[in-house]
Design a protein around this ligand. Structure first.
Ligand SMILES: N[C@@H]1[C@@H](O)[C@H](O)[C@@H](COP(=O)(O)O)O[C@@H]1O
Length: 249
């Protein structure tokens, strides 16, 4: 695993955006796996800026989101559809047939999970997956205890995760209790992974990623078995690694 520690959130966002941009520029066709949450907002802003300033052609880019809540409309301000439209698809002008997010309003949710997984495979798999991480080590919405062999599936969200995401809803009661998420097996099939994290509340998860036991208790440790992972974190998220003086570049 490669580790880059940046001075602050802005630098983390710039480094991440540059990495994605390099991937886009070096491939005719690229399937990007994208994440939501507060962490990638700065990265998306940077990406939009570079793409617009340099008039980059995105016709070869297809995007696949990690997850979506079940039971809220795509127009709901807390939905990941809304988040993506506002922060990525709209500003980058990504056509509808090049972007995919699980449909949390589908009549048959299990079919939706199967179809989403199939769609990713039909497109040839994910080339580059962007990830954030939850405080409890979740990736996508794969909460602690999730089997690492799972593909796209339905999850019950933990109280911690619903609390952490209430910022997008106003109050915790409004955060849906269930979601569709790519499974850890889906994530691990991506050819390359970039995980970004900032803030001291992510320090334990980052510590577990590098030094924790490979275990379902910390879903992020699944990445230990992937051959091409880069982690970009700010000083605060790296604080437990730095304390241990145990950096692994
Ligand atoms: N499903 C998303 C994850 O993909 C994200 O990585 C995590 C961290 O969120 P934040 O970046 O807001 O801390 O939150 C949500 O639960």
């Amino acid at each position: 695993m490669n580790l880059i520690i940046t001075d602050n959130y802005e630098e983390m966002s710039q480094e991440g955006a540059k990495m994605i941009l390099r991937k886009i520029l070096s491939s005719k066709q690229i399937n990007l796996g994208l994440a939501t949450g507060s962490t990638p907002l700065g990265l998306y802003k940077e990406l939009v800026k570079y793409v617009r300033e340099n008039n980059i052609n995105l016709s070869g880019v297809a995007t696949f989101n990690l997850d979506e809540y079940i039971g809220i409309l795509p127009t709901h301000q807390g939905s990941f559809h809304y988040y993506m439209e506002k922060n990525v698809f709209g500003p980058l002008n990504i056509p509808e047939n090049q972007r995919f997010i699980p449909d949390g309003m589908a009549e048959n949710i299990l079919n939706e999970c199967r179809n989403y997984e199939k769609k990713i495979q039909q497109y040839g798999g994910i080339d580059f997956q962007l990830l954030g991480v939850g405080e409890n080590g979740h990736i996508g919405f794969n909460e602690p205890g999730t089997d690492f062999t799972k593909t796209t599936h339905v999850v019950e969200l933990t109280e911690t995760t619903r609390q952490a995401n209430k910022k997008f809803f106003g109050q915790v009661e409004d955060v849906p209790g269930k979601a569709i998420t790519m499974g850890i097996s889906t994530i691990l099939r991506a050819r390359e992974i970039l995980l970004i994290a900032n803030g001291v509340h992510k320090a334990e998860a980052i510590y577990q990623l590098f030094h924790g036991e490979y275990s379902k208790d910390w879903p992020v440790t699944a990445l230990q078995k992937h051959k091409n992972v880069c982690v970009i974190v700010d000083q605060e998220a790296a604080s437990l690694l730095i304390k241990q003086n145990n950096l692994c570049y």
